[in-house]
Ligand binder design. Structure first.
Ligand SMILES: C[S@@+](CC[C@H](N)C(=O)[O-])C[C@H]1O[C@@H](n2cnc3c(N)ncnc32)[C@H](O)[C@@H]1O
Length: 233
């Protein structure tokens, strides 16, 4: 297991797996005659034109990647809303090989000019499931409908890390729906809170006394500078 984020990024096994995942995403798209472009991830820009196989990781998301690495090591059960190309899950699984991961994604495209998540997201889910047998569970659909059913079917499932990175307008309802599966030590990570819709959801949860910043990761005075890391009060 890599001890630090820098160790991980330099590790040949990590590089090989990242490359294999990226090749899988590219193959899934080109097989359908689509450009090999994906939505934004902790590693790559949204719909970037340079190949994800060879390009450098985004500088802008360096802090996000480092924090995901640290957060992944705080628990054993991860639930990620918004899987996209699977890069966040791969990073967290490498940071903590004992992690059991559940991911949910809509797996849809908004049409012409938008990412073909309907093609590459299921491919990412398939690749991760084969690479880490028994440690991955994937759900497909809208978080507004899939999550309530999942919570009802899994009462008492203790989620240690909930990463909310799907539709920003759903952040609050996603959290409220998943709340019964959280426990006192759980961490809730809201992605990209510089977006006003995302920030409003976090502020609403704080105003309602439902969440407080996790001071290990998110200083209260600087909560929205990076992904907001929260916990139950
Ligand atoms: C920014 S990407 C997630 C990036 C990913 N977490 C990572 O680390 O690479 C957002 C994802 O949320 C998904 N999504 C958008 N709306 C959704 C919804 N209502 N329910 C479930 N997933 C949704 C999109 O399909 C997209 O793949």
């Amino acid at each position: 297991m890599a001890e630090t984020y820098d160790d991980l990024i330099a590790a040949p096994a990590w590089r090989d797996d990242l490359r294999a995942l990226n090749q899988c995403l590219i193959d899934s798209l080109t097989a359908e005659g689509e450009a090999p472009q994906i939505a934004g991830s902790p590693f790559y820009r949204h719909m970037q034109h340079t190949s994800i196989l060879d390009s450098k990781f985004t500088t802008r998301n360096e802090a996000k990647r480092r924090r995901l690495f640290d957060i992944a090591r705080t628990g054993r059960r991860l639930f990620e809303i918004g899987v996209n190309g699977g890069h966040g899950i791969l990073l967290q699984k490498y940071a903590n090989p004992g992690l059991s991961c559940t991911g949910l994604d809509l797996c849809q495209t908004a049409g012409q000019g938008n990412p073909r998540a309907d093609i590459y997201c299921p491919a990412a889910m398939g690749w991760l499931s084969s690479r880490f047998p028994g440690d991955m569970l994937f759900l497909i659909g809208d978080s507004g409908t899939v999550l309530p059913a999942h919570v009802r079917a899994n009462p008492g499932l203790g989620i240690d890390i909930l990463r909310i990175d799907g539709a920003r307008s759903n952040y609050y309802s996603d959290f409220i729906t998943m709340r019964p599966l959280l426990h006192q030590e759980s961490i809730v990570v809201f992605d990209d809170p510089h977006w006003p819709t995302a920030r409003a959801c976090i502020e609403r949860a704080m105003a309602g006394g439902l969440l407080v910043p996790d001071r290990r990761f998110s200083p209260p005075g600087d909560l929205f500078a990076q992904d907001a890391v929260m916990r139950l009060p």
